[in-house]
Design a binder for this molecule. Sequence first.
Ligand code: PLP
Length: 456
Amino acid sequence: MNGQVEKKRQLIDDGLRSIWFPFTQMQEFSPEDVLVIAEGKGALLRDVDGRDYIDGVSSLWTNVHGHRKEQIDRAIKEQVDRVAHSTLLGLAHEPAIECAKKLLEIVPKGLTRVFYSESGSTAVEIALKMAFQYQKQAAGGNPGKTRFISFTNAYHGDTLGAVSVGGIDLFHAVYGELLFPTIKAESPYCYRCPFGASYPVCKFDCLRQLEYLLATHASELAALIIEPLVQGAAGILVQPPGYLKRIRELCTQYGVLMIADEVAVGFGKTGKMFACEQEGVTPDIMALGKGLSGGYLPLAATVATEEIYNGFLGRFDEFKTFFHGHTYTGNPLACAAAVANLNIFAEERVVEGLAGKIKRLTQGLQPIAKLGHVGEIRQRGFMVGIELVADKGTKELYPPGARIGNRVILEARKRGLIIRPLGDVIVLMPPLCITNEEIDRLCEITLESIQAVVGD
Ligand SMILES: *Cc1c(COP(=O)(O)O)cnc(C)c1O
């Protein structure tokens, strides 16, 4: 390294100590190990030392059409030349109007109103508050419907309402006393079936338990909240076919609103624009985030049916208003990026082109499935979870302190791939723009990296 490069790296290492990183044990943190990203192009990221990496988790599940996508770059630059921010509280602007209109053209039929915010967590908070208040104000009155049913292994964000409906103890248990209690249904984690079904022989006990809970608590339930098709943060837990459709039927049958948290699965990640489409489901409320702006800027939306929306109408002094709104709600730059993102989906027929790539990914995963410590590979579209186990026969886990998942992703990094584990589940979730050659490379590096840590 020449002196200048060394000096720059020294400045960066010093600077890194001023950040408290998310989801990071800072005691084990060393600045030298941090990859500092300088730029990106397509499915690749480049660090400050000029090394290229495949962005194997689409910059935390956000990126869609690639980094520095020309149309999105241009849309943001043009919007900067008009106005960077103005509020939606009492005013409006064209990017928010256009984005809402375009969004309603593609979301499941029956969803008619867009409420903006900035993160997946806020989109979920809004969905919960909407459902709760809707029930309070319902014609005829459902004042007792104040509770929520949610799932084990669920992840809906890190704010307190979202944590209350979460089900990942590692992240959520410590806040127990702060949370509102919810009714928890077992999620279908089929590889480790909570009802002890000898996989894959399934008796649908999870659905039966859910129906029992709905039947027992219907009069006190405002809504059910679910990550449709795939529970992401729990380790890409894929729901069996027909499961989501059945959830919709049960919610309707028992008069419980259905909230679909599509923050992770939306915008093509499962192979269709939205996961709900895969089973012909329209939720009452849908939360969107991550890919909405193409992975460019913080933007989220909570989309509701006309029925929900109507529940908030009345004279001002009836106080049925939805008293909620964040300062940067519907930011013009973020909405301009989202409009460009949605235009690209249409112009480049992105969803139509996914099937081939998904097949390529499935093929690339096959050699990995054969490895001695790969318990299960779960895939739905572009979402992949590779569960590593100490013993394939007994499905025994590695001790958490061994940090097997983390070691695998560090090996991947040496080979030019950025991925991030969820415990000992290796997650792959490339941007939709990834090429077939890059998919092959992604799978090869993942295979080699797992072998390097746990052998064949
Ligand atoms: C990431 C995620 C969230 C939270 O989104 P943030 O933008 O991180 O607040 C909510 N729900 C699901 C399903 C997610 O994957």
